[in-house]
Design a protein around this ligand. Structure first.
Ligand code: SF4
Length: 335
């Protein structure tokens, strides 16, 4: 991984900031990479992003307020008016409405984000916040209803299935694991299915993600299987869009310990006949200890994966559940 200097100029606002050959591209609020683009000339450097995730992702940084040409430093901005359709103004001069200017600057940039597999945003910002952003009333008090920043709104409208998360929430082990799982699943779908769309490729993707889906939502796993089984080859594009949307929704929340146990036992079922009794007892014991919270998910998973590699069929070895993202991220160690 190497770091590349970013530009703060309004004409060069979307920047490839880290380069890992063959890595996944993820968008990020520019200030999180330590770029001094905040209203006061400071930054909001995230060590998690620059020291851990940058090893795996090519970050594409963007500051929508700089892209709007508001300069650094600049007066702070706030959202005002109707929380369902807020306007963006300067906090110290609410007559200066920059909403249209902001949208005009951001819209052309959105087209350049089609190859991204995720986006990490800075919390609370009227531009980049994902939720809980204040919208002020005419009397100067915020509404109880909170919203998302204007850039985030535009991003979600254009790419409704893109995994998006706030940097602060990534400090939660389960939310971090879920976000990274979704980023890799989004990437695998683009590579395996979008590149050469066919019903066979959609079915192969569904097959490989069977146990990931089951860990998150068994009912949706079965419903998506029926959707593919009943499909005709003539509606491929709509089918892909529908499948992708429902798949990303199905894995949008962390899987429960109970569901993980269920999946581990299913995978164990493939080894019953080929693994000796002592090893079978060890595997079951580890799954039970995981169920009780005595060991983390990585412990039974590593054991199962070992035996799947030795004795499993091609079908079970290809299951993404066993390695949904690089093991060195250490995510299952914290579940
Ligand atoms: S939160 Fe967004 S708009 Fe604000 S400085 Fe960071 S990148 Fe720029």
């Amino acid at each position: 991984m190497k770091l590349i200097a970013t530009s703060n100029s309004a004409t060069e606002t979307l920047t490839a900031t880290t380069v890992n050959d063959g890595a996944i591209s993820v968008g990020i609020s520019s200030c999180l990479l330590g770029n001094e683009v905040r209203y006061n000339g400071g930054h909001s450097h995230s060590k998690l992003c620059t020291r851990v995730l940058a090893e795996h992702f090519n970050f594409r940084s963007f500051c929508p307020e700089v892209a709007t040409g508001l300069g650094v430093p600049r007066p702070t901005l706030r959202l005002v008016g109707d929380p369902d359709s807020p306007r963006m103004v300067f906090s110290n001069d609410q007559q200066q409405d920059v909403t249209d200017r902001f949208k005009q600057a951001v819209t052309p940039m959105l087209g350049a984000l089609a190859q991204l597999d995720g986006y990490i945003l800075m919390k609370n910002s009227p531009s980049c916040g994902l939720e809980r952003v204040k919208v002020y009333q005419a009397n100067g008090h915020p509404h109880t209803q909170r919203t998302m920043g204007l850039f985030t709104q535009a991003l979600k409208e254009r790419y409704p299935d893109l995994p998006i998360e706030e940097e602060g929430r990534l400090n939660d082990d389960r939310l971090r694991e879920n976000f990274i799982l979704r980023v890799y699943a989004h990437h695998h779908f683009r590579m395996q299915v979008d590149g050469q769309l066919s019903l066979g490729r959609l079915m192969a993707f569904h097959r490989d993600y069977k146990y990931v889906l089951m860990a998150h939502n068994q009912r949706e796993y079965r419903a998506l299987g029926r959707l593919l089984a009943q499909a005709s080859a003539g509606q491929l594009t709509e089918l892909r869009d529908q499948y992708h949307h429902r798949f990303m929704q199905a894995i949008a929340k962390p899987a429960s310990r109970r569901n993980h146990c269920n999946v581990l036992l299913h995978i164990f079922g493939y080894l019953k006949r080929s693994v000796q009794q002592q090893a079978r007892h060890q595997i079951l014991n580890l799954i039970e200890r995981y169920r009780l919270g005595e060991v983390n998910l990585a412990t039974p998973l590593a054991m199962l994966e070992h035996y799947v590699q030795l004795h499993g069929s091609d079908y079970i070895r290809a299951q993404r559940y066993l390695q949904p993202y690089p093991a060195r991220l250490g995510l299952a160690n914290r579940l």
